[in-house]
Write a protein that binds this ligand. Structure first.
Ligand SMILES: Nc1ncnc2c1ncn2[C@@H]1O[C@H](COP(=O)(O)OP(=O)(O)O)[C@@H](O)[C@H]1O
Ligand SMILES: C[C@@](O)(CCOP(=O)(O)O)CC(=O)O
Ligand SMILES: [Mg+2]
Length: 387
């Protein structure tokens, strides 16, 4: 039996980092996905290994199940219905299993994703031989939530082949999970994110699981119904960064200046709440939309100022801000910052010619632009992967 799961990336419209410190953030799924296929070998295949194929890189890893049993003896007996955190000892054991695979130095950032795979796989399926294949349309480590999309797609594919999920195996194409199943997927994905991010808020895995646009506060989501079309230009500065380090740098700054940082986080929370209410309030005509867009743009600029205050902006991000401000457009970083991707609000009445000019200007600096659909589908599963 094979399954294929997909989970979307995301953009954060307001509230990254502050959300880790328990303030509100607003995020939306985007129509770029990570896909995970899972195959259990039949007895005739005579395969006694757990295999992971990262197809886009491309890299393949293989662990004989005997080796997994030897290094992770206490795993494999845990019920998949109650997600648990990876202990310090287990993460050390998993790290040694990953190191044995001799990942090329250029791809070493993948180690945490591979560790998350090993933890989630062995926690849910124990030492059963299998092959997982991962592909992604998302840039990795660029602020669009590739880590969460990987964990959600993995969690969904793994759970789909347990008794905890009821699937329609005759269904052609993508199907959704029920509410309690989605909740379980999200919880396991959060455990995977912890291995990659250290201290995630849970925002990224939640929006990737449920899709749409959400407001998120202290682990709780509220769905947002948008009452206006929102178009964002996503610019990838192509400056590599790592969410775990950036989140930990912000926490260190918070330790040093707790009162000042708490005011910064509060201000971000107010921005997220105002942004969410603007998006949800009814609109009568184009003029009303333009007025709302002006407010949204201003809030994005304010949020960017506070992210700069947290120490997570970057020269490349400032360059995008400078270029887009020539066209009177508002820009903020999205995700953990330090490089990665940047959002620019594109007003609905902005002409295509101007958009083309902005993109040409940005791309002439070596950046890469894309316009993704916002607020779409969450995690889905296909039981007929070839269809
Ligand atoms: N398709 C994938 N295959 C393997 N690892 C992945 C994949 N997607 C994400 N990861 C893991 O997540 C890390 C990037 O996560 P992170 O730094 O949080 O940035 P972001 O989530 O914004 O892309 C990668 O370095 C890798 O360890
Ligand atoms: C910085 C943060 O708010 C978002 C990180 O997103 P990303 O991994 O950069 O896509 C961290 C979090 O919410 O866990
Ligand atoms: Mg991430």
């Amino acid at each position: 039996m094979d399954v294929r799961a997909r989970a979307p990336g995301k953009i954060i419209l307001a509230g990254e980092h502050a959300v880790v410190h328990d303030t509100t953030a607003v995020a939306a799924a985007i129509d770029l996905y990570t896909y995970v296929s899972l195959h259990f070998p039949t007895p005739s295949e005579n395969d006694d290994a757990l295999k992971l194929h990262l197809k886009d890189i491309p890299l393949e890893f293989s662990w004989p199940v005997g080796r997994l049993k030897e290094v992770l003896p206490e795993l494999g007996s845990h019920p998949a219905s109650s997600p648990s955190s990876c202990s310090f000892e287990t993460i050390k054991a998993i790290t040694s299993l990953v190191e044995e695979q001799n990942i090329p130095e250029a791809n070493i950032a993948l180690a945490s994703g591979i560790s998350a795979f090993l933890w989630m796989y062995t926690s849910i399926h124990g030492f059963k031989p299998a092959k997982a294949v991962v592909t992604s349309e998302l840039p990795l480590g660029a602020g669009l939530g590739s880590s969460a999309a990987l964990c959600v797609a993995l969690s969904a594919a793994l759970l789909a082949l347990t008794d905890y999920v009821k699937l329609d195996f005759n269904h052609q194409g993508w199907q959704m999970f029920g509410d309690s199943e989605l909740e379980l997927v999200n919880k396991w994905a959060f455990e995977g994110e912890k291995i990659i991010h250290g201290k995630p808020s849970g925002l990224d895995n939640t929006v990737s699981t449920y899709g749409n646009m959400i407001k998120f506060l202290s682990g709780e989501l509220t769905r947002i119904k948008t009452n206006m079309p929102i178009k964002m230009l996503i610019t990838n500065t192509k400056v590599g960064r790592n969410t775990k380090t950036l989140v930990s740098n912000v926490s260190d700054r918070t330790m040093r200046h707790s009162s000042a940082m708490s005011s910064v986080f509060n201000a971000v929370g107010s921005i997220s709440n105002e942004l969410a209410s603007i998006i949800q309030s009814p609109v009568s005509d184009d003029l009303a939309i333009t007025k709302k867009e002006e407010k949204l743009g201003e809030l994005m600029e304010m949020n960017q100022g506070l992210l700069q205050c947290m120490g997570v902006s970057h020269a490349s991000i400032e360059t995008v801000i400078r270029i887009t401000s020539k066209y009177k457009l508002s820009t903020k970083l999205t995700g953990a910052g330090g490089g990665g991707c940047v959002l620019t609000l594109l007003p609905n009445l902005l002409s295509g010619t101007v958009v083309d000019k902005v993109i040409a200007d940005l791309e002439s600096c070596g950046f890469q632009c894309l316009i993704a659909g916002i607020g779409g589908r969450g995690m889905e599963i296909s039981c007929n992967p070839s269809s």
